[in-house]
Design a protein around this ligand. Structure first.
Ligand code: NAD
Ligand code: IPM
Ligand code: MN
Length: 353
């Protein structure tokens, strides 16, 4: 009896989201075919496309389907025309609600400096050589979700908040990852100023003492870490941090890779995972077939890991590496290769791996 199809909910979203998602799905389908598995893909609206159709940014049907999927693939959300809108009428709210609905509290964002791309970075090749780190960004709490929050006349406020339990569960993911890597975790906070960070630091230290004495733990303030990320990035292996700091530090870290279009992510919790490139909807290049799909395709590699196809996951990663090594470059990497051509190159590289 053949195994049942892998049930994917695809949420292309806005801007370049549909363009990169299409290529990611093609690669996913090929990789699954190699393993003798078929895909059952349901595409649904989220973000600006949902709002444009008169629905919520996260329509109920999208939420329900995502919760029942084996895995969820997302392109990007956000459209400039919604920029002036209140929070609950913004495309981004759809993504935040989806993360909450899926309970994906740990967002894994790996960053590697690829030697063939070092000339694209404003950083010196010797600073970049050997950079291979992963940021574990807490995804369901912090100032993103804290209450109360409001604009009241001349004053606006948000609440930065973490509970011990929220810190512990994401720190645990970081320590477990570190056991499989270099046994070294940097925890990034702002404990010299923020009570939230003081509790964060205490909780991470306590967990290390109790359960991970084999892992070396260091703490660093976020301002200083932001500097070291471009000055001496090799010192980082596993980095764990809160939602807001993680958002900012990972766009900064994209400079190490050469383009934000290259960076994948996996958001994990206790249910289906959410797989999305870290970049946004890139309205400046949307609809032109020039976006780099490799971040989305790299996210498919992590997706394959969580649906029990680790060999296919490694094959997709190797295919991405070989396409870059062969010199294929989208516009952001200084080349002329289109979005769909890049997807085709990865598919072809998969065949020969
Ligand atoms: P962005 O990541 O969309 O774009 C920043 C820059 O990077 C732009 O110059 C863009 O052209 C370039 N870029 C991004 N992805 C690329 C790719 N795959 N290939 C080539 N170039 C790429 O960030 P922004 O401009 O700050 O945000 C645009 C919209 O996207 C906003 O509405 C924002 O809220 C939203 N956003 C969504 C997500 C998400 O859905 N996960 C993430 C970040 C931003
Ligand atoms: C990201 C994005 C999102 C975030 C926005 C679009 C809500 O910037 O995934 O990095 O801030 O988490
Ligand atoms: Mn971001």
């Amino acid at each position: 009896m053949s195994a049942k199809p892998i049930h994917i909910v695809s949420l292309p979203g806005d801007g370049i989201g549909p363009e990169v998602c299409r290529e990611a799905l093609r690669v996913l389908e090929r990789a699954c075919a190699h393993a003798g598995r078929t895909l059952d893909v349901v595409e649904l609206p989220i973000g600006g496309v949902a709002l444009d159709a008169g629905e919520e940014a996260l329509p109920e049907r999208t939420r329900l389907a995502a919760q029942q999927a084996d895995a969820v693939l997302l392109g990007a959300v956000g459209l400039p025309k919604y920029d002036g809108q209140p929070g609950n009428r913004r495309p981004e709210k759809g993504l935040l609600d989806l993360r909450k609905a899926l309970g994906v509290y740990a967002n894994l964002r790996p960053v590697r400096a690829i030697p063939a791309l070092s000339s694209l970075s404003p950083l010196k090749p010797e600073v970049l050589a050997g950079v291979d780190l992963i940021v574990v960004r807490e995804l369901l709490s912090d100032v993103y979700f804290g209450e109360p929050r409001a604009i009241e006349g001349e004053r606006a406020y948000n609440t930065m908040s973490y509970t011990r339990q929220e810190v512990r569960r994401v720190a645990k993911i970081a320590f477990e990852l570190a056991r499989r890597r270099k046994k070294h975790v940097y925890s990034i906070d702002k404990a010299n100023v923020l009570e939230v960070s003081q509790l964060w630091r205490q909780t991470v230290s306590e967990l290390q003492r109790e359960q991970y004495p084999d892992i070396k733990l260091e703490h660093q303030y976020v301002d200083s870490a932001a500097m070291d990320l471009v000055r001496s990035p090799k010192k980082f292996d596993v980095v764990v941090t809160g939602n807001l700091f993680g958002d900012i530090l990972t766009d900064e870290a994209a400079v190490l890779a050469g383009s934000i279009g290259l960076l994948p992510s996996a958001s994990l919790g206790d249910g289906p995972g959410l797989f999305e490139p870290i970049h946004g909807s890139a309205p400046d290049i949307a609809g032109k077939n020039i976006a780099n799909p490799l971040g989305a395709i790299g996210s498919v590699a992590s997706l394959l890991d969580t649906v029990g196809l680790p060999e296919q996951a490694r094959a997709v990663e190797r295919a991405i590496d070989s396409v870059l090594a062969a010199g294929h470059r989208t516009r952001d990497l200084g080349g002329e290769v289109s979005t769909d051509q890049m997807g085709s190159y990865v598919c072809k590289a998969l065949e020969s791996s």
